[in-house]
Design a protein around this ligand. Structure first.
Ligand code: SF4
Ligand code: SF4
Length: 92
């Protein structure tokens, strides 16, 4: 079970700064960092520590099993973001 970032995210990067395993993207080294409208959590690397949840000022982060019904698609949206990154790297 991972944490998931949903629509309320305002991309203030508070969660990126506290994540102990750097599994929230885009990060400062990514080209998309400046233009990002929301962050995403890599579900395969998240260790479920909950630090991002506590750091988020707008309550945009949920444990996947507590995702509100209206934000359910965001579990897949977060996963898909990293799948696309992976595909992009493979193609280069
Ligand atoms: S729960 Fe912990 S490991 Fe998972 S994204 Fe949040 S800060 Fe990172
Ligand atoms: S702390 Fe919350 S609002 Fe800020 S980037 Fe992370 S999810 Fe988005």
């Amino acid at each position: 079970m991972a944490y998931v970032i949903a629509a309320p995210c305002v991309a203030d990067y508070s969660c990126v700064e506290v994540c102990p395993v750097d599994c929230i993207s885009p990060g400062p080294d990514d080209g998309q960092f400046e233009d990002a409208e929301q962050m995403f959590i890599d579900p395969d690397r998240c260790i479920d520590c909950g630090l991002c949840y506590e750091a988020c000022p707008v309550l945009a982060i949920f444990s996947e099993d507590k995702l509100p019904e209206k934000w359910q698609p965001y579990a897949q949206i977060n996963r898909q973001y990293f799948a696309q990154q992976q595909t992009g790297r493979t193609r280069r």
